[in-house]
Design a protein around this ligand. Structure first.
Ligand code: SF4
Length: 433
């Protein structure tokens, strides 16, 4: 799947202190990457779900997340051009558009979201958490960059639980394959104390993130847990887990949300404060990035607020109690990787969404299906039927794409959303009649 950390879009005047802090963190990170050829810093390309940021940073390695570069390209209006480059080079229309946007960006000079050039990878760290495309994507990057690949095979949670042998299997790979490769690339010895310090910081930030996400149980919800959550999960899903910066960001964000709760305020959108909360939704699937604000506006104008989403769990599920545990450094990394939403079975995903409906008192469940994401579109309609049966709340289904603007049909989406909101209203009318 994906992940976030948009740097562009929301009007500067409406940005909270935490958002400005996040923007600065991202800018500094990309500048560090741009300077890597002079400073000698080494970079590791890796994926959002199952990323090993604390471990990478314990070797002073800089993470690069191609999914985030792809979504950033879309938010800057560049993905159309990049996808065209990839298709011209022979990639089919059906290939995941994150892959094509990333490939096109590389061929167009590999300029990152801040306009600075990204360094070539010194290592491709392939954490495999549930999507086969990850394998093919890094096969292609290995060919293009002539960079080594180390693969962490993360067993799928087929039965909805993590067993001791699954954990041992991942830990053995970390110890025997991943860490030796990181030592070789960085020229540094594995320092478990340093890793523990990073993990302790992760746990602090995770605690604050969960408090922020769970604030949506209130009425009105002070946050939008889908569009707004894109910003909230940014640092923890990407290059900053385990850093002091991330701890400061989440402490500040939590205080801002607490303040909104105290004032009884709803979420802030790029257009300002949302009006009356009319619909509380649980949303499955990532947002569209090419028309992010237009898409958000379609909900906000109707008073529709996402109170929970699965997208905000693709880079880690923390609201079930999991925290990175500094006392068991490799085991906790294994559990984190196996616990990402992308690594959960369909029944586990259904359970999670049904739980959210009850916990967050949602009026309905909406699936935003992604045309080019074969991994996660499969099974969504069956999931929706099951969720409707179990919760009795109406389900809605819309489709566009992540970063290919050709698949965003504003009129069609708006129509479908309006019909869906009417359906919720009718159902409420029937219940109260
Ligand atoms: S196919 Fe879907 S899950 Fe896989 S990389 Fe693409 S967007 Fe992510």
């Amino acid at each position: 799947m994906t992940s976030p950390t948009p740097t562009t879009g929301a009007r500067e005047a409406l940005k909270d202190a935490s958002q400005l802090r996040q923007k600065r963190m991202i800018a500094e990170h990309y500048t560090r990457l741009a300077r890597a050829p002079e400073t000698g810093s080494r970079s590791v390309y890796t994926f959002v779900p199952g990323n090993l940021t604390e471990l990478l940073r314990s070797f002073d390695l800089l993470p690069v997340l191609p999914e985030i570069n792809a979504l950033q390209s879309a938010m800057r209006g560049k993905s159309k051009e990049y996808i065209a480059i990839a298709e011209k080079a022979g990639q089919s229309e059906d290939v995941c558009t994150y892959v094509k946007a990333d490939y096109g960006m590389m061929k167009a000079g590999n300029l990152g979201p801040t306009g600075e050039k990204l360094p070539d990878p010194d290592l491709l760290l392939l954490s495999y958490t549930g999507c086969f495309t990850f394998l093919k994507w890094f096969e292609m990057l290995r060919h293009e960059y002539k960079a080594p690949v180390v693969m962490l095979h993360v067993p799928y949670q087929a039965d909805g639980r993590i067993t001791e042998s699954m954990r041992n299997y991942v830990v053995a790979q970390l110890r025997d394959k991943v860490i030796p490769e990181l030592e070789r690339i960085s020229g540094k010895r594995y320092d478990e104390d340093r890793l523990r310090e990073n993990l302790a910081r992760s746990a602090r930030a995770e605690e604050d993130l969960v408090a922020v996400l769970q604030s949506a149980r209130r009425r009105p919800s002070p946050i939008d847990s889908y569009f707004g959550a894109v910003y909230y999960v940014g640092p923890i899903f990407s290059a900053f887990r385990g850093t002091e910066d991330a701890c400061d960001y989440y402490r500040e964000l939590r205080a801002e949300i607490d303040e909104r709760v105290a004032q009884g305020l709803g979420p802030v959108t790029p257009d300002g404060q949302i009006g009356r909360e009319r619909f509380r939704l649980v949303v499955e699937g990532p947002p569209n990035w090419t028309h992010f604000h237009e898409f958000w506006r379609m909900f906000a104008d109707e008073g529709a607020v996402a109170v929970a989403s699965t997208y905000s769990k693709v880079g880690g599920v923390y609201d079930t109690g999991f925290r990175h545990d500094p006392d068991h450094p490799l085991e906790t990394l294994a559990d984190y990787c196996m616990g990402c939403y992308t690594n959960l079975s369909l029944p586990s995903r259904v359970d999670m969404i049904c739980r959210y409906v009850e916990e967050y008192e949602a009026d309905g469940v909406l699936i935003h299906s992604i045309k080019s994401c074969n991994s996660f579109s499969a099974g969504q309609l069956a999931m929706l039927r099951e969720i409707e049966n179990r919760t009795g709340r109406p389900g809605g289904f819309i489709e566009s794409d992540l970063v290919d603007p050709r698949y965003f049909s504003a009129a069609n989406l708006k129509n479908r959303l309006e019909s869906y909101f009417q359906m919720i209203d009718q159902k409420r009318g029937r219940l109260s009649a």
